[in-house]
Write a protein that binds this ligand. Structure first.
Ligand code: GLU
Ligand code: MG
Length: 455
């Protein structure tokens, strides 16, 4: 049962009756922390109205990335339900989910990722535009070893080039089928599932939607996938690069903009470059490329993200990960692949908070449009084949090589920082800088193996 739209649903009492009829006894009032992790609390259905006013209450400083104090009015974080998101959860009998927006001191909280995305969506709406986004989740199904390390759950899945393998895909049908059924019951139109390019790696695609809905749905996808994998004794992993010798997992965004009449703003069939892109499409794309180093901090926000974003050999031959700041016609070796007049933004991985990553993409694209930035010529070659010196000569920049450099790039990008809110940007950079420093201070086995007895 999907509780979307419909004026008659705009009443909490009516919603309560509908949920009761559907066998719901608990509502999970859910929000997303700065790390993109689902958080919330369970509210018995009898108290449904509390989810809307004052909202589900949380201790602010107990939530990562809020920067809220330990005492006083501003120490309370309220998640106020968005009634249009009420949704029965098929994998969790008797439960529904309501997505919440963050409020502090009775006002929309300026560090709440969903509020941050709402503000960027409003900037588009002021132009009569809707950004549609198709998020493409890649993931691993893993098993935990006794020592805490992980391995692909399917011991038989070890082809060197496992993409699209029938046997390895269908061996996981218990998980993939249960996940698909659950998502379909939630109104997500799943249209394909495949085995990706690493052992134990899969991708499941469902239909695109407006940016806010796309972020809400991606969180629902993760919640369903974690619960279903756990019930089958597996670990669902969206870690960007779990195995050094295999490709990592991306979360590509397929982006397009519709105008008020439903027209495709990025499309122009008479495009002289043959990519079918309008001038606005090129400007938006140029904004993404211009802000790419800072966008990396939000779209690839973990230490591990930068182990995915390297060019090099893998067991299957390539990583398919973007490292060069450029674009091309159906070119998967670029940061932006243009296909069917849409922009495939290949930078994100699923360690990103989807609200923040989408908000940042909108802010960067709108800056490109506002300043009529140009992206240069499309790149028509396989960038993986060319040496760095040639790529530089041909005008391609490089993404930051690690989380620390990405955070520095975001700190230096005042346009993006101000669009997302200076308080948020400062807190995000502080939080991610801490992660980078903590990692940098750790001594890894790679180092001890090389250096312990060398000098
Ligand atoms: N796994 C690749 C990545 O990390 C993408 C593969 C593909 O193009 O589907 O971006
Ligand atoms: Mg893929």
């Amino acid at each position: 049962m999907t509780m979307a739209n419909g004026a008659e649903l705009n009443s909490v009492e009516m919603l309560k009756a509908r949920l009761r009829e559907a066998g719901v006894r608990y509502v999970f009032a859910q929000f997303t922390d700065i790390q993109g992790v689902a958080k919330g609390k369970t509210i018995p259905l009898a108290h449904l109205e509390d989810v809307f006013l004052p909202g589900a209450g949380f201790s602010g400083p107990s939530i990562w990335g809020t920067g809220l104090p330990r005492h006083g009015l501003r120490s309370e974080y309220y998640g106020r339900g968005d009634i249009t998101t009420a949704q029965v959860l098929p994998w969790l009998p008797g439960h529904a989910r309501i997505v919440c927006d963050g409020y502090v001191g009775g006002e929309p909280f300026d560090l709440c990722p969903r509020q941050i995305l709402r503000r960027q969506v409003e900037r588009l709406a002021a132009r009569g535009w809707t950004l549609n986004a198709g998020l493409e989740p890649e993931f691993f199904l893993l098993q935990r070893n006794a020592d805490g390390s992980v391995r692909p759950a399917d011991a038989h899945d070890h082809l060197e080039k496992p993409s699209y393998d029938y046997k390895s895909l269908t061996r996981q049908q218990a998980f993939l089928g249960a996940l698909t059924d659950a998502l379909q019951a939630c109104g997500l139109d799943v249209f394909q599932i495949d085995h990706e390019d690493a052992s134990g790696q899969y991708e499941l695609n469902y239909h695109y939607s407006d940016a806010l809905t796309a972020a809400d749905r991606f969180m629902l996808f993760k919640m369903a996938a974690h619960s279903i994998a756990e019930s089958l004794g597996m670990v669902f992993s969206m870690m960007p690069k779990p195995f050094a010798n295999m490709p990592g997992s991306g979360l590509h965004f397929h982006l397009s903009i519709a105008d008020e009449a439903g027209g495709a703003v990025f499309t122009d069939r008479s495009d002289a470059q043959g990519l079918g892109l309008s001038r606005t499409g090129y400007h938006f794309l140029a904004g993404l490329l211009h802000h790419a180093p800072a966008l990396a901090a939000l779209c690839a926000p973990t230490v591990n993200s930068y182990k995915r974003l390297v060019v090099g050999e893998s067991l299957s031959g390539t990583t398919w990960a973007p490292a060069h700041i450029g674009y091309g016609d159906n070119n998967r070796t670029m940061l932006v692949r243009v296909a069917h007049s849409r922009l495939e933004w290949r930078l994100p991985d699923a360690s990103a908070n989807p609200y923040l990553a989408l908000a940042a993409v909108i802010a960067a694209g709108l800056d490109g449009v506002a300043r009529a930035l140009e992206p240069g010529a499309p790149f028509g070659d396989d960038a993986y084949e060319l040496p760095l010196s040639v790529l530089r000569e041909r005008g391609l920049g490089q993404l930051p090589g690690n989380l620390g450099d990405a955070v520095s790039a975001l700190e230096a990008d005042t346009v993006l920082g101000e669009a997302l809110g200076s308080a948020f940007t400062a807190e995000f950079c502080r939080f991610k800088r801490m992660e980078w420093i903590e990692y940098s201070r750790a001594v890894h086995s790679w180092e001890t193996e090389r250096y312990a007895d060398r000098f």
